[in-house]
Structures are given as structure tokens and as C-alpha cells.
Design a protein around this ligand. Structure first.
Ligand SMILES: O=C(O)CCC(=O)C(=O)O
Ligand SMILES: [Fe+2]
Length: 229
């Protein structure tokens, strides 16, 4: 997940290339059939948005769940210690019926086997907090890859929902394609972390820009190319 815009991703080991290519095409075709889904006008990455994916009351319920699990103990979190991701982040209870139903709805929308999906993560950013530019896909030449390779392999698609409006700041920013997306409650962003040929896509580099005023709540679900554990 470390960020670097200078990598030549085609030179990284890529044992999941065929699977990334396959799931890329599968989800692309499925989303294209849904006329309510907006595709960002760029050839460099496949990024989509769907409004009203979550209702206002569902957003409120998820915000309350994130507040209930948020604790100031991220000092043990490496990303946090490095100032890389200063927001609170943690898994929503995957056994909770409501969380399960939201998770299942995302699986159905994308048409990805539920076994490939990671647990939904909730995140809360307070003023000054951010998630610095990063890729969601893994760098397969880094030590952490050994474990991630055994836990489901490379990440394919990301789904991320905004749960509230932020008074100022807190955009999801894709610097390579110059898109800054302002949080709108209930909107689901979806993007393919790979290129159509199955190579990790550098243009999916993105950040959660610092919240200036208010708070920001999001949930994120990442998909692997193989069964996640
Ligand atoms: O909060 C955001 O806008 C970005 C979150 C993100 O990049 C992630 O959860 O992977
Ligand atoms: Fe991300």
C-alpha cells in the first residue's frame, strides 16, 4: 500500500494477472448494464460512482457503528505512527446482520464472489486527519506481500461509500486523473485497481485529503483475486 508514482508496475511479480484481467472484464460489463452508474471521463482508470447506494438512515446507522468502535489506540498502527493514515480505521463487525446485508449488496452490485471480499472497514477523520496518497493494490516486491499473497492475493476492485457531508476538505482525490470527489452521503465509489490487461494501475493513486472543518465518515470494501482469509 506504500505510495510511489515512479514504479513500473509491469515489472512487479504478478501471479494474479489472469485473475485481475478476468474480474476486471466481469465487473466492467456488469456495471455498464446499470444505467444509474456514472463513469468518470478518463481512459486512464475505471472509476465509477453510484448515488443513493445507502439511504440517509443507513448512513446514520453506519456512522454510529463507526463511532462505537473508534478508539484512540491507533498508536500501534504503523500507518498511523508514520502519519500516513491519521484517521481512525477498523473493521465493522462482519457477523452483524446489518453489516452483512450492506456487504452483500456491494458484492451483488459488482457481481464478485463474496468469498473474495475483505471485511468492510469503517473510517472516521477528524479535522486535520487524512489518508495520504496511496494505491490500494499491493506492491508484490515488498515484505508484506508474502502474507497478503497467502491471504487472498492481489486486490482487484475497491468500493467506498461516503456516509456524510463534510463542511470543508476531506475529498477523495485521484491526482493522476485530477479528480477531487466531494463527500456526498450515500454515494458509492467503485474503481478497478488494475488495468484491463491485469497490471496494477498507477493512475488509481488516491488520497483522503485533510478534513478542514467537520468530520468525515466512509466505509471501504476491498476485493481480492482469490478467497480472502
Ligand atoms: O477517505 C477517503 O477518501 C479514501 C479512503 C481510502 O483510500 C481507502 O479506504 O482505501
Ligand atoms: Fe485507498
Amino acid at each position: 500500500m506504500a505510495s510511489s508514482a515512479t514504479y513500473d508496475t509491469s515489472s512487479l511479480p504478478n501471479p494474479d494477472r489472469a485473475a485481475l484481467k478476468r474480474v476486471g472484464a466481469q465487473v466492467r460489463e456488469r456495471l455498464a448494464q446499470d444505467t444509474g452508474i456514472y463513469r468518470f471521463p478518463t481512459e486512464d482508470a475505471e472509476i465509477f460512482a453510484l448515488g443513493g447506494f445507502l439511504s440517509p438512515s443507513e448512513c446514520e446507522r453506519l456512522i454510529a457503528m463507526i463511532d462505537a468502535i473508534a478508539r484512540p489506540s491507533q498508536l500501534h498502527d504503523q500507518d498511523y505512527a508514520k502519519g500516513f493514515r491519521t484517521s481512525y480505521s477498523g473493521d465493522l463487525d462482519p457477523t452483524h446482520a446489518f453489516v452483512k446485508s450492506v456487504s452483500r449488496r456491494i458484492d451483488d452490485l459488482l457481481g464478485i464472489d463474496p468469498r473474495f471480499g475483505e471485511s468492510i472497514q469503517g473510517q472516521r477523520y477528524l479535522p486535520g486527519q487524512e489518508f495520504k496518497p496511496h494505491n490500494d493494490w499491493f506492491y508484490t516486491d515488498q515484505p508484506y506481500w508474502k502474507l497478503e499473497n497467502e491471504r487472498g492475493g492481489q486486490r482487484s476492485w475497491t468500493a467506498m461509500a461516503f456516509l456524510n457531508k463534510v463542511e470543508e476538505g476531506g475529498h477523495t482525490f485521484f491526482p493522476e486523473i485530477e479528480a477531487a470527489i466531494e463527500p456526498e452521503p450515500g454515494v458509492l465509489l467503485i474503481w478497478n485497481n488494475a488495468l484491463p490487461d491485469g497490471t496494477p494501475n498507477e493512475a488509481t493513486l488516491h488520497a483522503g485529503t485533510p478534513v478542514v472543518k467537520g468530520q468525515k465518515y466512509v466505509l471501504t470494501k476491498w476485493y481480492r483475486t482469490r478467497e480472502w482469509s
